[in-house]
Design a binder for this molecule. Structure first.
Ligand code: HEC
Length: 142
């Protein structure tokens, strides 16, 4: 009984240090340098223009999809974010079963900008996952 009591302060010190360590770790994680933003403001502005002029007719103004019934949503509501950058790039440039090939009408810069623009519609978790897939399949240079 008395031995137990003597161990008590030592045990609570362990808990105190463990909690302090955890607190410091959480604070450090919170202050960690934010990753580089994916796109510059100019790139997003270009992407917004390209989207409005080229994509909205099928995918909807805010990427809600299905203006053309077969055109999926590009926002966070369906699965656009499951595709890595290279696959989205390829779809835009070469087209899909129904989506037209737009490589002849958009420059490489415009394709990259519109991808960066639609990425602003995804949740941070979706974007993070998509960026992980994209590390394996990054954008191809022209
Ligand atoms: C003429 C209609 C049309 C236009 C214009 C169009 N798309 Fe599509 N898009 C589709 C269709 C339909 C699909 C489904 C795949 C298919 O059938 O080709 C698709 C699929 C996609 C996907 C894959 C989504 C998913 O969840 O799998 C992305 C990303 C996409 N389009 C982006 C764009 C972007 C960006 C533009 C503009 C640069 C664009 N699309 C222009 C019709 C269009």
């Amino acid at each position: 009984m008395s031995a137990d009591k003597r161990e008590q302060p030592a045990r609570s010190r362990v808990w105190l240090f463990a909690s302090l360590f955890l607190l410091v770790a959480i604070l450090l994680a919170a202050c960690a340098v934010q990753p580089e933003p994916l796109a510059s403001a100019a790139q997003l502005q270009l992407g917004e223009q390209v989207y409005a002029q080229t994509c909205a007719v099928c995918h909807g103004d805010g990427g809600q999809g299905h203006v053309l019934p077969a055109a999926p949503a590009l926002d966070d509501s369906e699965h656009a974010w499951h595709h890595p950058d290279a696959q989205i790039q390829q779809l835009i440039v070469l087209g899909g079963p129904t989506m037209p090939a737009l490589g002849g009408q958009l420059s490489h810069e415009e394709v990259v900008a519109v991808i960066r623009y639609i990425q602003t519609w995804w949740t941070p978790e979706q974007l993070q996952a998509q960026q992980e897939f994209s590390r394996q399949y990054p954008l191809r240079e022209p």
